[in-house]
Design a protein around this ligand. Structure first.
Ligand code: GDP
Ligand code: MG
Length: 190
């Protein structure tokens, strides 16, 4: 009942990891290949219902380029949630994600909910116990396993740093709603 709780959320991570694609999948239920890079930052809103309340996410989708780094504090300073994205097919993007997490843990609200997200899961062809693990995530894609970041490594880091962790595909929509729902659940009630 009443107005939904407004939650400011910021997306951070190296450029081209799929930040804009994830937000647009969540907000517009849509995916567009090779979209224009974000300049500065984009603002979008989307509601998300959990068991006991409705949250309205106010989302700042930032540009990942180094030349925009100095603007980032403007976007995360008052955020209650952050999604830090890396690309599972590019190991260097996880290092960048870790440095964003460090910065958030030093400079952002102490109770900020942080989710680490490994995107582009559709490019992984993981074989687990003789089965394709990510059947639900597979779109049409190449035969090769393009994964560079093992899920276990990222999960172990996320556990140690106290972060939510998901692997997603903006392309196939895999885990995108789950990600935002998990964040919504973790936002403290006033
Ligand atoms: P951003 O710079 O982090 O906002 O990344 P974009 O959302 O602009 O995406 C960068 C590139 O990666 C684009 O060519 C997207 O089509 C592609 N991309 C984004 N998400 C996915 C995904 O889940 N799977 C695959 N295969 N490509 C993706
Ligand atoms: Mg973008």
């Amino acid at each position: 009942t009443g107005k939904p709780k407004q939650v400011k959320l910021v997306l951070l991570g190296e450029s081209a990891v799929g930040k804009s694609s994830l937000v647009l999948r969540f907000v517009n239920r849509d995916y567009v290949e090779n979209r224009e890079p974000t300049i500065g930052a984009a603002f979008l809103t989307q509601k998300c219902a959990t068991d006991d309340r409705t949250i309205k996410f106010e989302i700042w989708d930032t540009a990942g380029q180094e030349r925009f780094h100095s603007l980032a504090p403007m976007y995360y300073r008052n955020s209650q949630a952050a999604i830090v994205v890396y690309d599972i097919t590019k190991a260097s993007t996880l290092d960048k994600a870790k440095s964003w997490v460090k910065e958030l843990q030093r400079q952002a609200n102490t109770d900020i909910v942080i989710a680490l997200v490994g995107n582009k899961l559709d490019l992984a062809k993981d074989v687990v116990e003789g089965q394709e693990e990510e059947e639900a995530a597979v779109g049409e894609s190449t035969e090769e396993n393009e994964r560079q970041v093992p899920k276990e490594d990222a999960q172990a880091y996320a556990d140690e740093a106290g972060l939510l962790f998901f692997e997603t595909s903006a392309k196939s929509a895999y885990n995108v709603d789950t990600l935002f729902a998990a964040i919504a659940k973790k936002i403290p009630l006033e």
